[in-house]
Design a protein around this ligand. Structure first.
Ligand SMILES: NC(=O)C1=CN([C@@H]2O[C@H](COP(=O)(O)OP(=O)(O)OC[C@H]3O[C@@H](n4cnc5c(N)ncnc54)[C@H](O)[C@@H]3O)[C@@H](O)[C@H]2O)C=CC1
Ligand SMILES: NCC(=O)COP(=O)(O)O
Length: 331
């Protein structure tokens, strides 16, 4: 029987809803369920001139593989009318409701994977709800205290020790305990979910030139090197800490399964330079499969039909294949 994949289109005024309409034009070996406002999806389909038929999902009925132009929906209503490209603080709770319901469907086993479209983090905060990202939200909703954000293209995987933090808060978050737990989750995921035998991880330093022997920062000497030395005693292949400016060169990348960056803008610009529009954001360490797009809400393109659905497509096919692997391993 096909698996069920929950999809949240994200910010209703962003490109997420129309990218989902574009995705729905393909066939997939899984049932796709949009946790969203049906009238929003139909409106956006009309705006960009694509056909779409919706029917309410019945979790008690057998799942059916997705066929072009149709979409199953778990209906959730927006709180205010949506205008593409214009954020409305009244719809922030709707965004979180779609996420909560879709996550809970995965936790209960109704769905076997979650694919999220982009949310506008600022408007959720403007609504008075502290929110730094799906990654942190999902960890809390799934009651897991540590998860890892990893973005992957076909050529490169980049995982992060810290995620959505102000730059000034990063050094204090690079503790031995945090680095160890992140490396453990990344190592286990590469081994079990990505088929890497004895994974090779390239770890970046925090400071320029990886601290230049302590003359440009001491985090490498005080924290990163001791942590890596300890983990290497398990026989793990951990290279580094390497200076980040030269780590992303073929000599190093050819030998590694993933790069572990210390913070968001140390690793992701390189990944996006190499693979923007085709890369997938994967949350490691959750009890559910969760993937997402590599881009944001692109309010400047919303409603135009010009946004590229490549990353959403990659996120969906990755989630289907991860869910299939995980379901095979459980049987
Ligand atoms: N997965 C998620 O929920 C993510 C959400 N965001 C959120 O999105 C909002 C806007 O963030 P920005 O930094 O402006 O990034 P953005 O990715 O929305 O836009 C950056 C540039 O890329 C272009 N772009 C983005 N997606 C595109 C697509 N599918 N096709 C063609 N061009 C595309 C935009 O038009 C813009 O020029 C923020 O609130 C941010 O937090 C950002 C990244 C991921
Ligand atoms: N840069 C990645 C990003 O902002 C998406 O994060 P998340 O919402 O998936 O946690």
């Amino acid at each position: 029987m096909p698996l069920r994949i929950a999809i949240t289109p994200g910010e209703p005024a962003g490109v997420g809803p129309e990218l989902l309409v574009k995705l729905a034009q393909h066939d997939f070996d899984a049932e796709l369920i949009a946790f969203a406002d049906p009238s929003l999806l139909l409106q956006r389909a009309a705006d960009i001139g694509l056909p779409l038929e919706l029917s309410e999902v019945d979790f008690a009925a057998p799942a059916q593989a997705h066929r072009s132009g149709h979409l199953k929906v778990a209906s959730i209503s927006c709180h205010s009318p949506v205008e593409a490209g214009s954020l409305n603080v009244n719809n922030a709770k709707y965004v979180l409701e779609t996420l909560s319901r879709a996550t809970d469907a995965c936790k209960s086993g109704d769905c076997q994977g979650l694919v999220t479209g982009p949310v506008q983090k600022s408007i959720i905060n403007d609504a008075g709800i502290p929110f730094s990202g799906h990654t942190e939200f999902l960890a809390e909703r799934c009651e897991v205290d540590k998860v890892v954000m990893m973005l992957a293209s076909e050529q490169l995987r980049v995982a992060l020790v810290t995620t959505h933090l102000p730059l000034s808060a990063v050094p204090a978050a690079i503790t031995g305990d945090n680095l160890q737990r992140v490396t453990e989750i990344l190592h286990a995921s590469l081994l079990r979910q990505f088929g890497c035998q004895n994974p090779r991880i390239l770890v970046l330093g925090l400071n320029p030139h990886a601290g230049e022997g302590g003359h440009m920062g001491r985090e490498e000497i005080d924290t990163i090197i001791p942590c890596l030395e300890q983990l290497r005693q398990r026989g793990w292949q951990l290279e580094g800490p390497l200076p980040a400016d030269t780590a992303f060169t073929p000599r190093h990348l050819d030998k590694c399964d993933a790069v572990l960056a210390m913070y968001h803008d140390q690793g992701l610009p390189v990944l996006k330079y190499q693979g923007f529009g085709r890369a997938v954001n994967i949350t490691l360490g959750l009890p559910i499969v969760r993937t997402s797009v590599d881009h944001g809400t692109a309010l400047d393109l919303a409603g135009s039909g010009r946004a590229d659905s490549g990353s959403f497509y990659a996120a969906l096919t990755t989630a289907i294949s991860m869910a299939e692997n995980s379901s095979r391993n459980h049987h």
